[in-house]
Design a protein around this ligand. Structure first.
Ligand code: 7TS
Length: 412
């Protein structure tokens, strides 16, 4: 039985009081809180197993290597990847997307090509492509979204042409919670001989994911949004594509051999096997250990249960916010096409001022653009307030949130 109250007991931070109120944490799209199992796994790693990986032959190094590789295995299973060769650990979603841009894009994109991105992308799926386009001369084309924040399917279909080499799309919008039908988009991209990169930062933590079913070529996500520590993230890539790609970062770990030829005074370099070819330098070993623990925690709860719980909270929030006269909720209201995130504004209030006021009641929400300024421009919003939920949130917290909003409304 999925019981958020029982789950809460695993999260020490949720016992905190902020401004004399019990903490209500509704900023999960920014980062999630961490259960004691993850905190313990990190502590245990440093207390018992710490060493560098893939180099020394001593016991500690073997233990650390075993843990770090198991973390890749656990991640591969969690998203339905074939093997750890398809799982590259990065700093987060941002670094994963940059890896695709520089490892794949730098060598495969040229003048006359196009990369499609949607207007609902987080800046991390826009900026790397814009930077690279200035170097390589290809065009970044933006796919429109509808007024309710859903993707304009027709605009996407019309934009696809032989010029398009890559389609970049978020699985779930971090502003509206809109779920894109990436399986369908992947099919369209592939029929067009383009690749598809899915930003899974807001989907992998919240809904069941299987990369084979989605048939995406790349999937990027962050450990810290799914109960894991900061500084660890994942780039999934289809093995046959990763094999053909050159690395982005160079250094130790990612090479098989660097042999110096004194005759021409240069080095011949061969790459290590996948996925290590893309993990230059000492990796975030403890981050991997923490992510593995987080994945085990989520698997134990069941991702179907997590999704159902968060959808129920979203539905309940949208319904209850109708009781507030001055609150406007944006985006679609149907949890068949969205999950976990409720963007809104209180009439006459700047979103940051509202977030500050809610903080005085112990309620943490995000305000501003949420690193998705083009979407705010498209929806004609100066900014928005955002409540985003996770497995440990409850209906009672939403009741308190609505009660406080009503109190603020009355005081206006
Ligand atoms: N993509 C999406 C859809 C995101 O929501 C975020 C972070 C990122 C990429 C970047 O992830 P990172 O871990 O590399 O930073 N989103 C948010 C947010 O909505 N509020 O704070 C961070």
């Amino acid at each position: 039985m999925f019981d958020p109250y029982k789950i809460r007991e695993d999260f020490p931070i949720l016992k905190r009081k902020i401004n004399n109120h019990p903490l209500i944490y509704f900023d999960n799209a920014a980062t999630s809180q961490k259960p004691k199992q993850v905190i313990e796994a990190i502590k245990e790693y440093y207390e018992l197993h710490n060493a560098n990986v893939h180099r020394a032959v001593h016991t500690l190094s073997l233990e650390a290597t075993e843990l770090y590789e198991s973390a890749h295995e656990e991640t591969a299973k969690f998203i339905g990847a074939e093997s750890i060769e398809e799982i590259i650990f990065t700093k987060g979603t941002t670094e994963a997307i940059n890896t695709v841009a520089y490892s794949w894009g730098l060598r495969n994109l040229k003048k006359g090509d196009e990369v499609l991105v949607t207007l609902m992308e987080h800046h991390s799926n826009i900026v790397p492509w814009e930077i690279l386009s200035k170097i390589k001369g290809f065009k970044v084309r933006y796919i429109d979204v509808n007024k309710d924040g859903t993707l304009n399917q027709q605009a996407l279909e019309e934009a696809l042409s032989p010029k398009v080499k890559m389609v970049c799309v978020t699985h779930v919008s971090n502003v509206t919670g809109v779920i894109n039908d990436v399986r369908h988009i992947a099919k369209l991209a592939h029929e067009n001989n383009a690749l598809i990169l899915v930003d899974g930062a807001q989907s992998v933590p919240h809904i069941p994911i299987n990369v084979k079913e989605l048939d995406c070529d790349f999937l990027a996500f962050s450990g810290h949004k799914m109960l894991g520590p900061t500084g660890i993230g994942v780039l999934y890539g289809k093995r046959e594509i990763l094999e053909k790609m050159e690395p982005f970062h160079g250094g130790g770990e990612m090479i098989r051999e660097v042999s110096y030829n004194p005759k021409n005074q240069s080095c011949k370099i061969t790459w290590n096997d996948l996925p290590w070819k893309f993990e230059a330098g000492t990796p975030n070993i403890c981050g991997g250990v923490g992510l593995m623990s987080a994945i085990k925690y989520l698997k134990n709860l069941g991702m179907d249960n997590a999704k159902a719980h968060e959808c129920a909270l979203t539905e309940y929030t949208i319904k209850r916010l109708q009781e507030c006269e001055k609150v406007r909720v944006y985006g679609p209201k149907d949890t068949k096409v969205k999950c976990g995130i409720v963007p809104f504004n209180l009439e006459g209030f700047d979103s940051h001022d509202l977030a500050l006021l809610l903080d005085t009641y112990g309620i943490m929400i995000r305000s501003g653009f949420h690193c998705a300024q083009p979407l705010h421009q498209r929806l004609e919003l100066k900014s928005s307030a955002r409540a985003s939920f996770y497995i440990y949130n409850t209906k009672e917290e939403i009741d308190k949130f609505v009660e406080v909003l009503k109190e603020i409304e009355k005081s206006l």
